[in-house]
Ligand binder design. Structure first.
Ligand code: ADP
Length: 181
């Protein structure tokens, strides 16, 4: 398989296969949220189950959020300090999809930096129920994170946590097109 990590301006960008709720060494994990910031299928369901009911209570006053928006809460029973809730675009409905998806990644990294968080885990936002084609989403996601890190960020580790082996392979192929600096 193609490589699964890059160094960008001293920061590490890496890909792993795994579960976003089991990343105990990361300061923050990103939730592929819904507009109401409540539990659901996929990532949102897993994050709310693992965090416990405090998470839904913390989310309530922050909802609804718009596509491309990111908000932060405590992580409750998750092994991280914070959860960054990002609402990805519903593919075919929320336009421009690529700019809205990029805003999720950029916004999460900016919010992490503001909060002094130096390591962040992302799922493949919008590629589940929201229907964004995986390879196109991986291109937006990795290019955006690469740009933010290349510009100089206090975030020093970004981990893409991919649920399926095929998703990891697709991300690795896209990663191989980006410069290692
Ligand atoms: P969206 O609604 O933004 O499309 P989903 O949660 O439906 O988000 O899915 C986003 C991606 O996350 C999909 O590729 C899905 O397979 C994957 N996924 C689902 N559960 C988890 C998990 N626990 N950890 C990491 N990735 C997950």
């Amino acid at each position: 398989m193609a490589r699964t990590h890059l160094t960008v301006a001293g920061a590490r960008l890496e890909l792993v296969r795994g579960d976003i709720t089991s990343q105990a060494d990361l300061d923050a994990v990103v939730n592929a949220a819904n507009a109401q910031l409540q539990t659901g299928g996929g990532v949102a369901g897993a994050i709310h189950r693992a965090a416990g009911p405090g998470l839904a209570r913390a989310c309530r006053p922050l909802a609804p959020i718009a596509p491309g928006e990111v908000v932060a809460t405590d992580a409750f029973d998750l092994p991280n300090r914070r959860v960054l809730h990002a609402l990805g675009p519903v593919y075919g409905r929320d336009e421009p999809a690529d700019a809205l998806l990029a805003a999720c990644y950029r916004g999460a990294l900016e919010l992490a930096a503001e909060e002094g968080l130096t390591s962040v885990g992302f799922p493949a936002i919008s590629t589940g129920v929201f229907g964004y084609p995986l390879e196109a989403a991986a291109e937006v996601a990795l290019t955006t994170v690469h740009e933010v890190l290349a510009a100089g960020s206090t975030v020093q580790l970004v981990r893409f946590v991919l649920f399926a082996e095929a998703d990891l392979d697709t991300h690795a192929r896209v990663l191989a097109t980006l410069p290692d600096t």
